[in-house]
Each structure stands twice: as structure tokens, then as C-alpha cells.
Design a protein around this ligand. Structure first.
Ligand SMILES: [Zn+2]
Length: 284
């Protein structure tokens, strides 16, 4: 029997923002569901300042540290730098252990120095967790972003990077408004709201067919679940859609890790993550 993917998790990530849609419930409940299903959990350590500086401008990191990064989506909570560092460290541990980081805050809208590619907000993100993990891993990596929003921060960070490609399937028109065109190593597919599983999976297949897998040593998945029907960036997917996405990721045949991005209902997140990982572990 295949080993279950380890989940990287610390209950410390529940300590802020209980009034916000990006709140602790989205992780707390998912953790409960996954614990019940028998997953094993690994406790993360914070990322180092050097790890963060490999991705973000030093002035921006300093501003996060001082709490000077408030925008209308993304509050400057007390001690948010510590939460963001731990979430980034969890992504690094997931990269090393081929695991799934179940942590917050999310990261893919955070660009080099904050809001990315002309967006006016950081969309609940402070530090780009998956970017920190990919840089620390230092391998030729394909980043696959299946969150319902375009990862404008990740694209900004890796645009024209010789070692890292970025592929995203997301909803448009929608926040943050970017990702309408493919540009060099950043391949974007936008889909209309609630397009449904069939169109989604066809599009994901098409996106993955364009990739020359020979180039890569690892796959990093920005795993967002707000594509679920009724969630913030719904593409009309259901629990079983995530199982099929997991199979498609497994068919790439690469060492793979996952980092949670969006997904705003905890009970649903837990079931969707379980399905994604089951599909991934089935290896078609
Ligand atoms: Zn999202």
C-alpha cells in the first residue's frame, strides 16, 4: 500500500484573524477531517530570514515585520510576520518531505515587494510560501497553481527564471485580474465562473501537455480549493474533481509537494484535500 502523503501542520496558524474570511476555521476543520482519516502530521519550523530574502525585497520583509503592510483585503495583524514565517517554513518542510502544507496565511498573491503585477492588494497573503520553498529546494521546478485565483505573486517572482516554470488554471474575470496571457515560462489559462469539471479537467490536460517534463526535477502544487462550487472563485468543481486533479498530477511522475492557498470552508477543504491526495497516491 502506498504511503500517505504527510501533512505539515501547526495549530499556531489558528491564532489570528477569526473575523476574516481567511480565518482559522478553514484550517481547523480540515485538520480534524484529515486526522480522522489517519493522515500523519509533521510540525514545521519558521523559515529563515535568508530564505525569505531569496524571494522578497528586504524592505518589504522589514515592513511585514513592523506591521506596515495593511491593505483592504490583508490586515496587518499583530505578529503577522511570525505567522507568515511559520507558513513559509511549513512549505519548505513539505518540499523536503514530499508532503502537503496545511497552513495559513496563504502566499501566491505576494510578489517581490508586496502586491504583484499591478494588483492593489495582497489578497490575504504576506510571504509567498511556495516561492520560498521552491527557492530553498533549488531544483528545476514546475509550479502548478490550481487555486481558483491567478497567482500573480508567484508569476512576478519567477517570470523569466531559467529554472522554474509556472502554470496556472484560474477564473477570469476575477481577482486579481492578471493571468490572461501566457508569457515565456508563465503559462496561464483562464476560465469563466462555474465552467464545471469537464471543461476544467480538459483545460488542465491541455496546460500540462505544453510542458516539457524533461526540464524538471520537481513539481510544486499551489493547492487552492476555492474552485469548489460555491466558494470564492468557484469553477463549479466538486469533491471528486479533486481526485481527478490528483491523478493528473501523479501522472507527471515527479517528486511533488503541495502548499495550501485558498479554500474558505474548512469541512469542505478537508474532504477536498483527502480526495486530491488519494487521487495522487493512486498513480494511474
Ligand atoms: Zn484563491
Amino acid at each position: 500500500m502506498a504511503m500517505k502523503t504527510p501533512i505539515v501542520y501547526s495549530e499556531k496558524c489558528l491564532g489570528y484573524g477569526s473575523w476574516h474570511i481567511e480565518g482559522p476555521q478553514r484550517i481547523r476543520k480540515a485538520h480534524e477531517v484529515l486526522a480522522q482519516k489517519g493522515y500523519k502530521f509533521l510540525e514545521p519550523q519558521p523559515a529563515s530570514d535568508d530564505d525569505l530574502m531569496a524571494v522578497h525585497d528586504v524592505d518589504y520583509i522589514w515592513n511585514v515585520k513592523k506591521g506596515l503592510v495593511d491593505d483592504q483585503d490583508t490586515p496587518a495583524y499583530d505578529n503577522i510576520f511570525d505567522y507568515a514565517k511559520l507558513s513559509a517554513g511549513a512549505a519548505c518542510l513539505a518540499a523536503n518531505m514530499k508532503g502537503f502544507s496545511l497552513m495559513r496565511p496563504p502566499g501566491h498573491h505576494a510578489g517581490r515587494s508586496g502586491a504583484a503585477l499591478g494588483s492593489t492588494t495582497r489578497g490575504f497573503c504576506y510571504i509567498n510560501n511556495i516561492a520560498v520553498a521552491v527557492r530553498a529546494l533549488d531544483k528545476a521546478t514546475l509550479i502548478l497553481d490550481v487555486d481558483g485565483h491567478h497567482g500573480n505573486g508567484t508569476q512576478e517572482i519567477f517570470q523569466d527564471d531559467p529554472k522554474v516554470w509556472y502554470v496556472s488554471v484560474h477564473r477570469h474575470p476575477h481577482y486579481p485580474g492578471t493571468g490572461t496571457v501566457t508569457s515565456g515560462n508563465c503559462i496561464n489559462y483562464s476560465l469563466p465562473a462555474d465552467c464545471g469539471e469537464h471543461v476544467y479537467l480538459q483545460t488542465l490536460d491541455k496546460a500540462l501537455r505544453e510542458i516539457d517534463l524533461e526540464k524538471f526535477e520537481a513539481v510544486a502544487v499551489s493547492a487552492g480549493f476555492d474552485t469548489h462550487s460555491g466558494d470564492l472563485a468557484s469553477l463549479g468543481l466538486t469533491e471528486s474533481s479533486y481526485r481527478q486533479i490528483g491523478r493528473k498530477i501523479a501522472s507527471l511522475g515527479m517528486p511533488t509537494f503541495f502548499v495550501l492557498e485558498g479554500g474558505y470552508r474548512g469541512d469542505k477543504n478537508g474532504l477536498d484535500i483527502d480526495q486530491l491526495l488519494k487521487g495522487f497516491e493512486e498513480k494511474p
